[in-house]
Design a protein around this ligand. Sequence first.
Ligand SMILES: *[C@@H]1O[C@H](CO)[C@@H](O)[C@H](O)[C@H]1NC(C)=O
Ligand SMILES: *[C@@H]1O[C@H](CO)[C@@H](O)[C@H](O)[C@H]1NC(C)=O
Ligand SMILES: *[C@@H]1O[C@H](CO)[C@@H](O)[C@H](O)[C@H]1NC(C)=O
Ligand SMILES: *[C@@H]1O[C@H](CO)[C@@H](O)[C@H](O)[C@H]1NC(C)=O
Ligand SMILES: *[C@@H]1O[C@H](CO)[C@@H](O)[C@H](O)[C@H]1NC(C)=O
Ligand SMILES: *[C@@H]1O[C@H](CO)[C@@H](O)[C@H](O)[C@H]1NC(C)=O
Ligand SMILES: *[C@@H]1O[C@H](CO)[C@@H](O)[C@H](O)[C@H]1NC(C)=O
Ligand SMILES: *[C@@H]1O[C@H](CO)[C@@H](O)[C@H](O)[C@H]1NC(C)=O
Ligand SMILES: *[C@@H]1O[C@H](CO)[C@@H](O)[C@H](O)[C@H]1NC(C)=O
Ligand SMILES: *[C@@H]1O[C@H](CO)[C@@H](O)[C@H](O)[C@H]1NC(C)=O
Ligand SMILES: *[C@@H]1O[C@H](CO)[C@@H](O)[C@H](O)[C@H]1NC(C)=O
Ligand SMILES: *[C@@H]1O[C@H](CO)[C@@H](O)[C@H](O)[C@H]1NC(C)=O
Length: 727
Amino acid sequence: MEKQQQLRSSCKKCSNRFPVPFLGCALVVVLLFSMASPASSCTEQEKGSLLQFHAGLSQDGGLSASWKQNSTDCCVWEGVTCGADGTVTDVSVASKGLEGHVSPSLGNLAGLLRLNLSHNSLSGGLPLELVLSSSIIVLDVSFNRLKEDMQEVSSLTSVQPLQVLNISSNLFTGRFPSSTTWGVMSNLLTLNASNNSFTGQIPSHFCTGSPSLAVVALCYNQFTGGIPPGLGNCSMLKVLKAGHNNLSGTLPNELFDASSLEYLSLPHNGLNGVINGAQIVKLRNLATLDLGGNNFSGKIPDSIGQLKRLEELRLDNNNMSGELPSALSNCTNLITIDLKRNQFDGELTKVNFSSLLNLKSLDLLYNKFTGTIPESIYSCTKLAALRISSNNLYGQLSPNIASLKALTFLSLGNNNFTNITNTIQILKNCRNLTFLFIGGTNFMGESMPEDEIVDGFQNLQVLSIAGCSLSGNMPLWLSKLTKLEMLFFQNNQLSGPIPGWINSLNLLFHLDISNNNLTGEIPRALMEMSMLNSEKTKAPRLDLRAFELPVYATPSLQYRISSAFPKVLNLGNNNFTGVIPEEIGQLNSLVILNFSSNSLSGDIPQQLCNLINLWVLDLSSNNLTGIIPSALNNLHFLSAFNISNNDLEGPIPSGGQFSTFQNSSFDENPKLCGSMFTHKCDSAETHQSVILTGKQTDYKVAFMICFSAFLGVGVLYDQLVLSRYFG
Ligand SMILES: *[C@@H]1O[C@H](CO)[C@@H](O)[C@H](O)[C@H]1NC(C)=O
Ligand SMILES: *[C@@H]1O[C@H](CO)[C@@H](O)[C@H](O)[C@H]1NC(C)=O
Ligand SMILES: *[C@@H]1O[C@H](CO)[C@@H](O)[C@H](O)[C@H]1NC(C)=O
Ligand SMILES: *[C@@H]1O[C@H](CO)[C@@H](O)[C@H](O)[C@H]1NC(C)=O
Ligand SMILES: *[C@@H]1O[C@H](CO)[C@@H](O)[C@H](O)[C@H]1NC(C)=O
Ligand SMILES: *[C@@H]1O[C@H](CO)[C@@H](O)[C@H](O)[C@H]1NC(C)=O
Ligand SMILES: *[C@@H]1O[C@H](CO)[C@@H](O)[C@H](O)[C@H]1NC(C)=O
Ligand SMILES: *[C@@H]1O[C@H](CO)[C@@H](O)[C@H](O)[C@H]1NC(C)=O
Ligand SMILES: *[C@@H]1O[C@H](CO)[C@@H](O)[C@H](O)[C@H]1NC(C)=O
Ligand SMILES: *[C@@H]1O[C@H](CO)[C@@H](O)[C@H](O)[C@H]1NC(C)=O
Ligand SMILES: *[C@@H]1O[C@H](CO)[C@@H](O)[C@H](O)[C@H]1NC(C)=O
Ligand SMILES: *[C@@H]1O[C@H](CO)[C@@H](O)[C@H](O)[C@H]1NC(C)=O
């Protein structure tokens, strides 16, 4: 025992940053104990190393139940596996909630092949003894809080067996170890260092030292500089992922010598230049090419047609231009094509889509394509998402689109398509459609088809036909869309009343019919919308299917779920008359209520004060009379309030959020009085005003917190409204 103690401490001494003496030491220990210990269970020394690791933990996730000083065979400890001879070969304690630091003592386990510490909360550094262990083949410390710079390794260090190193999703900072370090790891196959904060350049000679390197993942770091030409020497490299860094420059020609590449992913960097057709064909095994979010320019080279294995082509958010090469139709394995936000032009009919029978997603948003939708697209029967909005396409929709049985997401908006009647009649047969955006500059000045459509659009959840100046009424066929959650009909010329069946749309929580010519009173039915009444229904359901492609409010904001949208009732800028129904109080989960610019009369109903979730209340430019209900002070989320341009009277409620609203919120109501107006309230008027109670002061504090949170969302909503929905 004493001897062992001595050994352990001498071992501690060499467990420093200098790997060479350490290795020597480990060797001595191994030799000593392989002679001294029985072969069936783990050695005292191994047990000691494990206990030393355990001692470094501040939270052990219950390991101590089996990891005990007096439990003789550590081979039966949780997460420990031994070989036939009793040597510890695996330590796998992932997702155990471990906290504390990683003890270098694990490097003393001379037979350890695999160490998995992933998904814990371990902190401190990664001991070099583990990286340079003379036995470890697989080292996974991903998803922890390890930081401190990675150590450089001297080139004198002997060859290491390490094949898989996963240090991803930690807090590593500083310069990435240089080629010298990677040169030592001559057996390395997989290196994953993504999702840290490494800086500096990507090592230029990865593969001179590690010729077998097959997977390199460096994404989500802060790498700068260019793609090193030396990567071209990585003859075994299959996967290179370095997206979301600050890389710049062009793709070096040498890179294309890495002809085993199957997965080349460099999105969200500052790379530029053109895609060299003569070079790209050298990557014959390429299945994924992701260069999105850079500054690439020029055309897609014709030679792309020779990449027969290509499944995923992402060139979105660049400055690429020209026509699509017809040779693209030779890439018959394509599943995803994402070319959105570029300057591509020409006719889509150049490409024969009939041969792309595996295509599931085609995104051409924001380009300059002209002509009609190629009929050949309708052969792609696996197509689930088609977005060609914001181009210069024209014509009438072909009935053949109904053969796209898998289509769930269709966005045609902001083109120059015509005949909305035809469009609706055809699309109602696309049974799996959940998301439909056809508005924008299409169908300008046509009229809303009103014929009753039975048995169509069964699955539609989001419908946007906004901004087309459509005339006509709210069509009856809408009442059949029982899954509808969001309806965007704003900026048309629709007339007539809000139909009484509106409350049959049980899931509708976002209704924007602003900027139309709708008339009549606000119907009681609208006050019975179940989704807007929190007592009747819970929050909107999450449905990822509706958002097969992310929907953009701005280039940087994207939505994939409808719950990201607030509950909205926007009837603004129409010709509605009559009073605001008292039943408005039932819509207590509403977040945005906008009745502005109509001809509503009567009082602001007291019941409005029940809408405690309101962020935005706009009643401006109506003919409302009477006093402002003082209990509006209870709406402590309210951040935008406008009652200007009415005929209201009496004092403005004091305290609460009312102290934060601008004068302009109350403008053009000559009979209102208050400290902020030239018309001060006389004592009779003041009498009606609220006395700030202690409770309301609490609200004020709560409100200020909520208000700060709202600012972000408020800005976002504006952008949503201003930007054309769903690109
Ligand atoms: C091991 O020690 C613990 C206390 O540390 C004790 O509760 C347990 O009974 C002991 N087990 C054996 C097998 O000696
Ligand atoms: C480590 O364990 C985690 C969780 O069980 C697992 O996902 C991961 O694949 C393991 N790592 C290796 C290299 O096998
Ligand atoms: C770490 O990377 C290795 C190699 O790619 C992989 O097998 C392992 O599953 C990864 N670990 C986690 C937790 O994903
Ligand atoms: C690298 O690790 C991250 C998690 O940190 C994981 O999402 C990614 O798939 C891994 N990449 C490779 C190529 O194994
Ligand atoms: C990046 O790491 C953080 C924690 O370190 C984790 O929460 C996050 O999921 C990781 N991101 C990815 C893409 O793996
Ligand atoms: C995009 O490319 C065009 C040439 O096709 C060039 O004139 C323009 O400056 C480029 N824009 C940017 C932002 O790089
Ligand atoms: C398009 O491709 C399909 C299937 O590959 C083929 O049958 C058809 O003749 C092609 N059309 C044209 C116009 O080349
Ligand atoms: C249509 O949707 C249903 C239900 O989600 C699904 O079972 C079916 O496979 C889909 N049809 C196609 C052609 O994808
Ligand atoms: C849209 O198409 C119509 C006829 O189809 C044409 O008169 C009009 O000029 C086109 N508008 C634009 C902006 O291209
Ligand atoms: C619009 O489509 C309908 C239905 O397909 C058709 O009857 C009508 O003739 C079309 N109108 C025009 C102007 O093409
Ligand atoms: C209410 O709707 C009108 C008409 O669309 C719009 O002009 C106004 O900005 C909206 N009010 C708020 C507070 O968003
Ligand atoms: C509000 O109006 C009053 C009186 O007209 C004026 O004194 C005050 O400066 C105004 N406040 C703001 C924020 O404009």
